[in-house]
Design a protein around this ligand. Structure first.
Ligand code: KG4
Ligand code: ZN
Length: 359
């Protein structure tokens, strides 16, 4: 059973072929980072245009790498239908519809967040140690900070961000400090150079659902810190560097005073504290929970990986391998595999849903 899956919800054009829900035959990701980097964030119109440019070669490469596959060697074609940028989603989903129609393959509309979660389940099957359900899933990416209960019955939303997503907070703070885009990886690499206890961040008091997140206060705290220090020149110098190329961590450290490195380390430490604090509280609320899954682009963060350890709140913690943490099509194939098993196919009339909720 082979699924060709396409992902185009944000700024990566990706295609992959998955066999029998476990074997990855190919995994191709074309990143648009360089296109968006100079604007300090993803520009939706440019993303759509780049997806259009990349989609055919990326799909062709995925089929070739999987062993020169032809349409007749496939059993289904899948694409992300949401959530994501409307124009970006449209490119991948429309392309998949074209394949479905032309090759007579069943079409599967996959959910991007289910993909992030199923990437971890897929790797559990590959290791021969499936992630035990019910699981608590923490999905942390540029667009999402969500807590779900994952069971055989499906997904249940336990908490989510009220403002910025965790990855967005990393990106905005990095931009504010002149480290360019995307900020998560830069902050991750710089954090070990600073003192994580130097600057205190207060965690937001949530009215209503205590499992909801809020990161806008931390972002504002960083802004106030910057303003109170009068370090505009230092930031401007780094911005200039980030505009022309992506500097190495050593180059960044060379142009960043210790106080700023301490701020970066403290910010990352505070975000990790929020994420893992909420994860522990959510797990405690679940009647039965066997494991914790942490996934999405921010799951690449080495500080988060180290802090969550192999065990958190007395439960085994599973991360995707770094390559499957950020957006890719293997995760979409894994989500599509679940839908295939459930017999959930889409009509050619299916639409993209930029705000599609998982639960
Ligand atoms: O899952 P993803 O590729 O796309 C979305 O679905 O949003 O996540 C991208 C996000 C960006 O905000 C990026 O800064 C963040 O993940 N990210 C990281 C790291 N690597 C990527 N954040 C913190 N530490 C990292 N190492
Ligand atoms: Zn994602």
């Amino acid at each position: 059973m082979r699924i060709l899956a396409i992902e185009s919800s944000c700024d990566e054009t990706a295609a992959a072929v998955l066999e029998d829900g476990t074997r990855v035959l190919s995994n191709v990701v074309a990143s648009q980072l360089d296109v968006h980097a100079k604007y300090g964030g993803v520009v939706p119109e440019l993303a759509s245009r780049e997806h259009l440019r990349a989609i055919s070669p990326v799909v062709r490469e995925a089929l070739a790498n999987a062993g020169e596959l032809k349409w007749k060697d496939l059993d289904a074609v899948a694409a992300t239908s949401g959530p994501g940028l409307a124009g970006a989603l449209l490119v991948g989903l429309t392309y998949a519809k074209g394949i479905s129609f032309a090759a007579g393959l069943p079409l599967i509309a996959a959910h991007h967040i289910e993909g992030h979660i199923q990437a971890v389940m897929l790797e559990g099957r590959q290791r021969g140690t499936p992630v035990e359900l019910p699981a608590l899933a923490l999905v942390v990416s540029g667009g999402h900070t969500h807590l779900y209960e994952v069971s055989e019955a499906g997904y249940r939303l336990l908490g989510k961000t009220r403002d910025d997503a965790a990855g967005e907070a990393f990106d905005k703070v990095a931009k504010l400090l002149g480290f360019g885009y995307p900020g998560g990886p830069v902050i991750d690499r710089l954090a070990p150079y600073g003192n994580p206890e130097a600057v205190r961040f207060t965690s937001a008091r949530m009215k209503g659902n205590a499992l909801d997140f809020s990161f806008s206060g931390m972002k504002t705290a960083v802004l106030r810190w910057v303003e109170s220090r009068g370090i505009a020149e230092e930031i401007e110098a780094r911005k200039k560097m980030a505009r022309v190329r992506r500097p190495s961590v050593e180059e960044w450290v060379a142009v960043t005073p210790q106080a700023t490195l301490d701020l970066v380390a403290s910010f990352q430490h505070a975000v990790i504290g929020e994420l893992l604090g909420h994860a522990a509280a959510a797990a405690a609320q679940m009647e039965d929970v066997r494991s914790i899954v942490i996934t999405g682009g921010v799951a690449c963060n080495s500080g988060l990986r180290a802090a969550a350890g192999p065990q958190w709140a007395g439960l085994p913690v599973y991360f995707p391998s770094p390559g499957l943490s950020t957006d890719n099509a293997v995760m979409i194939a894994a989500a599509a595999w679940e839908k295939f098993r459930r017999g959930e196919f889409a009509e050619l009339s299916v639409r993209v849903e930029p705000g599609l909720a998982l639960a």
